[in-house]
Design a protein around this ligand. Structure first.
Ligand code: GRF
Length: 205
């Protein structure tokens, strides 16, 4: 019933997952300097670095990563700010049990610098998305989205902070649904058994 969380940086989503009491077996980072490693270790969670720089090819890196993940036989692999693009082979290996959080309302603003692009684009609604990972970058069946209104006084930085607070709310929720067996995927669309809301709208600051 466990989860392996993959990170590359500060690990605040990982922390939210841990604080929600979800069963995290291990946290793996591709960067030795990821701040989240210390946060996980402080909580007694096993941590491991599989540094992509130590491998000659993506295949070799992913083979090492998969070997480390599989040691824990997790039910779910959760990407939480993991900044490596994964190959089709890797995604296929974890098909249906690999999830990601992306800081935009997908399919808008796939890729990087989402808050800067949302702000520059003048969108009035912004947010984040938890989705199953498929071979297309930042696509895949949407499990939950959280949205907020962009205010005139917002900047890319305030948007990032406001959206991050929502990320911490919805990622643990999506993972709990997965572990409870509540998610049903049909024709690329995710439904949650029962009447759980798959949209959170916040008008908080
Ligand atoms: C989050 O904004 C997440 O949506 C994106 O990368 C960021 C990671 O932040 N994929 P953290 O490491 O979880 O604090």
């Amino acid at each position: 019933m466990s989860i392996v969380v993959l990170i590359s940086g500060r690990g605040s989503n990982m922390q939210a997952i841990l604080e929600a009491g979800l069963p995290v077996a291990a946290v793996i980072s591709n960067r030795p300097d990821a701040g989240g490693l210390a946060l996980a270790a402080q909580r007694g969670v096993a941590t491991r670095v599989i540094a992509h720089r130590d491998y000659e090819s993506r295949e070799a890196f992913e083979a090492a990563l998969a070997a480390e993940i599989d040691r824990h036989a997790p039910r779910l692999v959760a990407l939480a700010g993991f900044m490596r693009v994964l190959s089709a082979e890797f995604v296929a290996r974890y098909a249906g049990r690999l999830v990601n959080i992306h800081p935009s309302l997908l399919p808008a603003f796939q890729g990087l610098d989402t808050h800067e692009r949302a702000f520059a684009g003048g969108v009035k609604l912004h947010g984040c998305t938890v989705h199953f990972v498929t071979t297309e970058l930042d696509r895949g069946p949407i499990i939950i989205q959280a949205a907020l209104m962009v205010r005139p006084q917002d900047s890319a930085d305030t948007l990032a902070a406001r959206v991050l607070a929502l990320e911490h709310l919805v990622y643990p929720r999506a993972i709990r649904w997965f572990l409870d067996g509540s998610l049903v995927v049909e024709n690329g669309v995710v439904r949650v058994k029962g009447s759980y809301a798959q949209l959170v709208y916040s008008d908080r600051d």
